[in-house]
Design a protein around this ligand. Sequence first.
Ligand code: C5P
Length: 300
Amino acid sequence: MSSVTVRVPAKVNVQLSVGPLREDGYHDLVNVFHAVSVFDEVVAKESESITVSVAGDWADQVPVDDGNLAIQAARALAKHAGRTYGAQLVIHKSIPVAGGMAGGSADAAGALVACNELWGLGLPLEDLMEIAADLGSDVPFSLLGGTAVGTGRGERLSDVPTGGQFHWAFAVAREGLSTAKVYAECDRLRETAGVEVPWPQLSEPLLAALRTGDAEALGGQLGNDLQSAALSLRPDLSDTLEAGRRAGALGALVSGSGPTCAFLATDADHALRLADTLSHLPTCRTALAAHGPVPGPRPS
Ligand code: C5P
């Protein structure tokens, strides 16, 4: 095989409950991931060494050196296989960079699946998931897709059944946010408030809404403990959230660590209308309409 192409979805967190800061610098989470139909494409071609190039809207913001998570993923896979392999990785980016939609994690997951196929390793998903967890907390979910609850750092996953499709609009901010900085701001706000941080709990009403495909109920259950930290760093995001609510969104929240804001729509048409409204906001670089859940990356 001389070339393998995979499409990898973005995610939104429909519940993100953040526990106390751990000694290793991470937080225990209850993180309900939901994969949506905004895709990066990762192509792996035969090559002597592991390289990456990036095309698409966001290309200028993605590193192509050792800081690129897809390169790290390909290297980790080669190391796991115990051999020196090469791959020329080409990423076509549509997922916002540093946007809270796991774009970097998607590229890493895509590189794992594509190189596993290109190199004929035939490793099962469980092995790829283990390698993924070392690359970043969200990478295992990017391999899995669908809807899943993540515990621990977010890397221990179990599938969540859903009844039907949900429709979303996403408002993409002009500038990204660093995940680490948003977690640090969350800790700072909590320390200032002097409140004891409860152990995160999975929301049963949220699970029921997902299971029955009830968008209105899901809209009322969306929750993100990182939202106040993202708003503290980017106060103008509250205008974005308010604009989506006024345009009839069933629920509105910051996606993961932000700054992308996610809006649950009543149907596909409503998602398109919401995206159109949001795209005209001065706070917004662009807006996207999408649906979920969608499956994780498979080679073609
Ligand atoms: O795992 P990942 O590299 O994506 O995490 C980026 C940063 O987000 C970490 O360095 C940490 O500051 C923060 N984080 C956290 N708790 C988690 C996941 C991420 O504090 N469960």
